[in-house]
Design a protein around this ligand. Structure first.
Ligand code: 5GP
Ligand code: MG
Length: 189
């Protein structure tokens, strides 16, 4: 698995340093506020679990699950297949946590839907931001790192379901990206 990675963009140590910084920002923003971290499955589970353990104020945790119909490494139509229960959304202050902000469609759609379902305040925190790829005008309130327009894996981010368990973020070798595994057209975000 490690041999498929061409270069490492963020090491495990750099990642944890970046998360310390963002966790402090989130802590200041939500001090004294009753809020819920909503982790977008599957990609953000690694980031969310490191992030929440660095936020030393009370919070609740919830999950939302979305899938995107896509071709290869570009995102397509979003289908949300799991939402938190109504009382976990209605009147609540939510912080959506996602692995990467790419076109912005996922977080825009989730923010709109959670607001429609009665959330009082919805902000977002992303591990990575690829501003060059934005298709809708959505910006995250908190972000750890910006990345260039390159398909990355590791630290929760997958390619064809794999590589989420790499402890760092890296770019795959071109041969891997064009191999037979590229068939999946319905993927967890
Ligand atoms: P958006 O809706 O912002 O276009 O896409 C967000 C989702 O696309 C992410 O949650 C992630 O699943 C996927 N995605 C976008 N860029 C990358 C990338 O570079 N690597 C991986 N593994 N997934 C990506
Ligand atoms: Mg994904």
């Amino acid at each position: 698995m490690h041999d498929d990675v061409e270069r490492i963009l963020f090491s495990e140590q750099e990642i944890l340093g970046g998360i310390d910084r963002v966790a402090a920002e989130v802590t200041e923003a939500y001090r004294g506020v009753d809020f819920t971290v909503v982790s977008v499955l599957k990609g953000s589970c690694v980031f969310a679990s490191d992030l929440i353990r660095r936020i030393p104020i009370p919070l609740e945790l919830a999950f939302v699950s979305a899938q995107s119909y896509r071709e290869g490494t570009t995102s397509g139509e979003l289908e949300v297949n799991y939402f938190p229960a109504g009382d976990e959304i209605e009147g609540r202050t939510l912080l959506l946590v996602d692995d990467i902000l790419d076109t912005g469609r996922t977080l825009q759609a989730l923010t709109d839907e959670l607001t429609r379902r009665g959330a009082r305040d919805v902000r977002s925190c992303v591990f990575l931001d690829k501003p060059s790829r934005r298709a809708v005008s959505f910006e995250a309130d908190f972000k750890v790192f910006e990345v260039e327009d390159l398909f990355v894996v590791g630290y929760g981010l997958d390619y064809a379901g794999r590589y989420r368990n790499l402890p760092f973020v890296g770019g795959l070798r071109p041969e891997v990206l064009t191999s037979a595994a590229a068939g999946a057209d319905r993927v967890d975000v």
